[in-house]
Ligand binder design. Structure first.
Ligand SMILES: NC(=O)c1ccc[n+]([C@@H]2O[C@H](COP(=O)([O-])OP(=O)(O)OC[C@H]3O[C@@H](n4cnc5c(N)ncnc54)[C@H](O)[C@@H]3O)[C@@H](O)[C@H]2O)c1
Length: 319
């Protein structure tokens, strides 16, 4: 019989790509998502192959029933807007920290073999030395980052205290098809593409020299796949999931402008609260222990993403 796996937040951007990979590999996949940000439409390619449970990760009874007989849990569900977290720290702590504890507790009770946790590069915050390595002291700059760092500690602690296998993957600035393009709190890709397509001048916060280590969504899926199959040496550990190369916001803007054939000047405004100046990860620990090598270069991933966003925006304008 095929292994059963559960993906929390599986209707979201990253979760839905992961679900597709797991279905392709013949796993029995259960998705738990309250559709706060995720969409059933993200799962349309695999809808008939999965069990979809609309529910909240704060519901322990539901988690216990979904985790019964599951071998692996991929914990992707979270609230993930830095800006909203600054306004709603309690809500973010509740879903991202308490929600993770409830996932770990149910996994322990149901004897799940391994939990793979979607952590974040944001936990590093502002650092003096780059690229950042996993042993650096976290320095979260906003409630979202603090909640991800705290939940990661719980994963590690559950491995040490209860022997529940956990692995935390610190994703760096994930981009690709299905990333949120409707929310005003979305990331720079959809915001730039939307504004340029509508001949508006995109806003850049600060001087645009902020550097980001962009990671294509397929590489993040691969990291989860490798973490599921990794040896026990990886258990209780955290791993950067990154390219180890940076691109500035100004560069992203000019590459997107070029891809869309636009020559509109951006509008520079003051820096946003809680935003870090740089993300730049060192990928060698994941290469050594997980065998992970991010394959998609930014030069190839960007046009793919811009093409997808263009189609979505056109479809929306003519709906
Ligand atoms: N996108 C990135 O660049 C990035 C970077 C670092 C880490 N991460 C982490 O990766 C994970 C997935 O992120 P994403 O970009 O796919 O975001 P997303 O918002 O698209 O996906 C999160 C999913 O969780 C669901 N969810 C939220 N609260 C829930 C709850 N209480 N119960 C059940 N489901 C709930 C949402 O409906 C959504 O489908 C998150 O944990 C996020 O913190 C993302």
């Amino acid at each position: 019989m095929a292994s059963k796996v559960v993906v929390t937040g599986g209707a979201g951007f990253i979760g839905s790509h992961l679900v597709e990979k797991l279905v392709e590999k013949n796993f029995n996949v259960t998705v738990i998502d309250n559709l706060f940000a995720g969409k059933k439409e993200n799962l349309k390619n695999v809808w008939k192959d999965i069990e979809f449970v609309k529910g909240n990760i704060l519901d322990s009874k539901l988690l216990n029933s979904c985790f019964k007989d599951a071998d692996f849990v991929f914990h992707e569900a979270a609230l993930r807007s830095v800006r909203v977290s600054v306004k709603k720290p309690v809500t973010y702590a509740s879903v991202n920290i308490l929600g993770t504890i409830k996932v770990l507790e149910a996994a322990k009770q149901q004897n799940v073999k391994r939990v793979i946790y979607a952590s974040s590069s944001s936990i590093y915050g502002n650092q003096k030395i780059f690229p950042v390595k996993e042993h650096f002291l976290p320095n979260p700059q906003n409630p979202y980052a603090a909640s991800k760092a705290c939940a990661e500690q719980y994963c590690k602690m559950y491995s040490q205290l209860f022997g529940l296998e956990t692995i935390a993957l610190r994703y760096f600035n994930v981009y690709g098809p299905r990333q949120d393009y409707l929310s005003e709190y979305g990331t720079i890709f959809p915001i730039f593409v939307n504004q340029l397509l509508h001949n508006k001048s995109p806003t850049i916060f600060g001087d645009g020299k902020q550097a980001r280590d962009f990671t294509y969504v397929a590489d993040v899926v691969e990291a989860n796949w490798k973490a599921m199959r990794a040896s026990k040496k990886a258990v209780g550990e955290s791993f950067n999931v990154c390219n180890g190369k940076t691109v500035s916001v100004n560069q992203v803007f000019s590459l997107i402008s070029k891809a869309l054939g636009k020559t509109i000047q951006p509008n520079y405004v003051s820096v946003r609260a809680g935003e870090v100046q740089k993300t730049h990860g060192e990928p060698s620990k994941a290469r050594k222990l997980l065998g992970l090598q991010c394959k998609m270069s930014f030069q190839k991933g960007l046009p793919k993403t811009v093409e997808w966003l263009k189609k979505e925006f056109f479809a929306r304008d003519f709906r």
